[in-house]
Design a protein around this ligand. Structure first.
Ligand code: CP
Ligand code: NVA
Length: 339
């Protein structure tokens, strides 16, 4: 029996699978841009239903998953805790068992990574991490797609992260290992990503460096990334904005990166805090491509998880269309088991 295809952390997938998902995303994006309507004539996910369990607010994740599922011919049900018996104390295991009887896949956005683990342990359908306080793996699929659309293979490049070492930074660490690029993280010592992910990256030979200096991190980097200084799961009583001031991405900082450096941000942005208007609206910025690519990357992810023969056909077509440089980058990466 084929194992259920969950996507809980970016590191769970090997490079060949990640590459296949991004290649498929590119093919589907081109179809959409070429206005080849209907976009996916076979309606590959017709009759399938995705549940979106959103315990925290969302614009991009919710809308992109809903549109993705509909474009693929499937249906979506959005479940907020207020609407379900979870809000009145029904257990996660019981909820997982029940929802597995109705739905074909589930996306969960929650503060608590333990809840995601518990849901997976009792689900018989694919579960996708739609953001936890620990990580944001669907975001980084879109981010890698965006980088590569603009600059070609990310393997061997240098990315600089400036700001809080939060959930998005953790998924960037995992991506650096899997895709083979260097990641320099500039953050106050107290806000560094959790030791577990840094230790894992080190054990895999990942090129991750931590620094207190934003200028040191961005020097010559091909991409500068930041995110909000206050994540949804952070305690509002703990205000780190003073400590994070030196990590604001402004034009002066961007000019110290490579001359063709990109600026990325998962959004929502807090203009004037982690990034200035001049940068987010400036020539470096690809933030709205990143947002759009959530749709394309997640369509590919849903097809990987649920698509069966449709996925196999698409993956074969996409691999055939992959630029030679990207094929070499995949070949250069060892295929690792999830660990
Ligand atoms: N980047 C992102 O996940 O945005 P939302 O919180 O709007 O889903
Ligand atoms: N780090 C942010 C990402 C939002 C998409 C948060 O968790 O709130």
């Amino acid at each position: 029996m084929t194992p259920v295809r969950h996507y809980l952390e970016l590191r769970d997938l090997d490079i060949a699978t990640l590459r296949a998902i991004l290649d498929a995303a590119s093919v589907m994006k081109r179809a959409q841009q070429g206005r080849q309507y209907p976009l996916h004539p076979g309606r590959p996910l017709a009759g399938r239903t995705l549940g979106l369990m959103m315990e925290k607010p969302s614009t991009r994740t919710r809308v992109s998953f809903e549109v993705a599922m509909r474009q693929l011919g499937g249906e979506v049900i959005v479940l907020s805790p207020r609407d379900t018996q979870l809000g009145r104390g029904e257990s996660i295991p019981d909820t997982a068992r029940v929802l597995s009887r109705f739905l074909d896949a589930l996306v969960l956005r929650t503060d608590d990574p333990g809840k995601l683990q518990e849901l997976v342990a009792h689900s018989t359908i694919p579960v996708i991490n739609g953001l936890t306080s620990r990580s944001h793996p669907v975001q980084i699929l879109a981010d890698i797609l965006t980088f590569e659309e603009h600059r070609g293979p990310i393997a061997g490049q240098t990315v600089a992260w400036c700001g809080a070492g939060n959930n998005v930074a953790v998924s960037w660490v995992e991506a650096a290992v899997r895709f083979g690029f260097a990641l320099r993280i500039a953050t106050p010592a107290e806000l560094a990503p959790e030791a577990e992910v840094l230790d894992w990256a080190a054990s895999q030979g990942g090129a991750i460096t931590l620094t207190r200096s934003a200028t040191e991190a961005v020097a010559g980097a091909g991409c500068v990334v930041t995110d909000t200084w206050m994540s949804m799961s952070d305690d509002p009583a703990e205000d780190w904005s003073h400590a994070l001031e030196p990590y604001r991405v402004d034009a002066r900082l961007m000019r110290q990166a490579a001359p063709d450096a990109l600026f990325m941000h998962c959004l929502p942005a807090h203009r004037g805090e982690e990034v200035t208007d001049e940068v987010i609206d400036g020539p470096w910025s690809v933030v709205f491509d990143e947002a759009e690519n959530r749709l394309h990357a997640q369509k590919a992810l849903l097809l990987w998880a649920l698509g069966g023969v449709h996925w196999s056909e698409l993956a074969r077509q996409a691999a055939g269309e992959r630029p030679e440089a990207a094929q070499q980058a995949v070949a250069a990466q060892p295929v690792r088991n999830a660990s």
